[in-house]
Design a protein around this ligand. Sequence first.
Ligand code: AMP
Ligand code: ZN
Length: 498
Amino acid sequence: MRNQLYLFNTLTRTKEKFTPIHPGRVGIYVCGPTVYSDVHLGNCRTFISFDLIYRYLLYLGFKVRYVRNITDAGHLEGDRDEGDDKFVKKAKLEQLEPMEIVQKYTLGFHDVMREFNTLSPSIEPTATGHISEQIEMIKEIISNGYAYEINGTVYFNVEKYNTEFPYGQLTNRKLEDLLEGTRELSGQDEKRGRLDFALWISAKPETLMKWNSPWGWGFPGWHIECSAMSSKYLGNTFDIHGGGMDLQATHHTNEIAQSQACNHTSPVNYWLHTNMLTVNGVRMSKSAGNGFLPGELFTGNHPLLDKGYSPMAVRFFMMQTHYRSTLDFSNEALRASEKGYRRIINGLVTLKTLVYQPESEVQDEKLNTEIERLCELCYAGMNDDFNSAIVIANLFNLLKYINSFSHKIIPLASLSETTFEKMKTTFIQFVEDILGLKEEKFYKPNLIDDLYDILLELYKGSKETKDYARVDFIRKRADAEGIIIKDTKEGVSWSYKE
Ligand code: AMP
Ligand code: ZN
């Protein structure tokens, strides 16, 4: 199975058979969040998509080193090294230290990732924790002739680089086309070329987050952190690099240029990009102001939402669409996903209770073949560029049979034991281990309180109908669980057994 994985490589724009650099091991780097604010659902889509990819690589038996960074410095407002540092701006707004901002939103991000049942990355390096690595890399790029310093700021020389390497390779564009899309340099610009970007930015007197460097006090540009941290933890060339497709044109294009200029090799074998989550066709983003926070979605506390949706229903909503297709947010789509998720989980619970009992009945050859085929289609879906949409369609097809077995419409014994086991492991592993869906037994916030109320109502009803055997039964069962049911003048209540 493991040799059959195909993935769509943005760099070559083709679906390629996946061959890791080191047999049995995979290195993967995903650009993580910029922690100056809460992540919105669009960001979550990208991280959940890579969680699916990570989970499947693990499932295939690879030893995976999954690096997802935290951007906690060096992020200016514009793509072109202009404007204010977002962290400092936010720190002033919230009257906090920039590092308090970083801590607050990193913890928030982790909480959200946990709610969505994503696996933690193997390493989660921060930009501020790797300043010296970034400085070393910049020094090397300068000494290799691809960068220059002006007034304490270091720029990458794109035109020089492009004489040797295709700078616009990742988006399949020529330098001339890229130049056409950028504004002319003005007298105030320090940089020599329109496409040149900062590797190191000189600090202004008011800059709060700054470090000393060979070029004076300053801070790193956004792109260099990913080049420095990916090569540190995964090597100068590694297997997979990912992120949202909005990062292709600038961030990832510049990462390739920096790494190539420093290490004399192309950094990444397979570039994977997730498509965008949209709202009414418009990309969800902080700047467009159409970004739902996961918390708003879980509670339903947002003008565009009819009601709240649980994290697993939302995860299922995302899994129903292939990661390279756009996914448009709507209440209707979410309601349908909630239903679908519950059907799948009910199937999972049912399946776990099914026990194979061979009987004398004749096995149904055709049925065995069909179930085996549906299982194979799940693997084929994932092997075809992690197509979770195909997987889910086939899980639903399997579910019809699971329900028929459970309702005894089809006798379980018409399957061979091998086919039954294959159906069971395929369904359970795909739902739980690969799609990362789990039962949300306790997601409803007041579920336990409501269940106690139901128990007390049953107790009261049994007393009223003088069904003392049942009254006794409820008392004893509750007692065994450490709950005492009390009859008082006001009615029935309960307390913990002391
Ligand atoms: P940021 O914190 O803005 O750097 O974004 C973190 C990740 O979320 C990046 O990989 C982005 O490409 C991705 N992203 C941003 N907006 C969306 C969106 N609407 N849909 C999917 N991914 C997104
Ligand atoms: Zn990055």
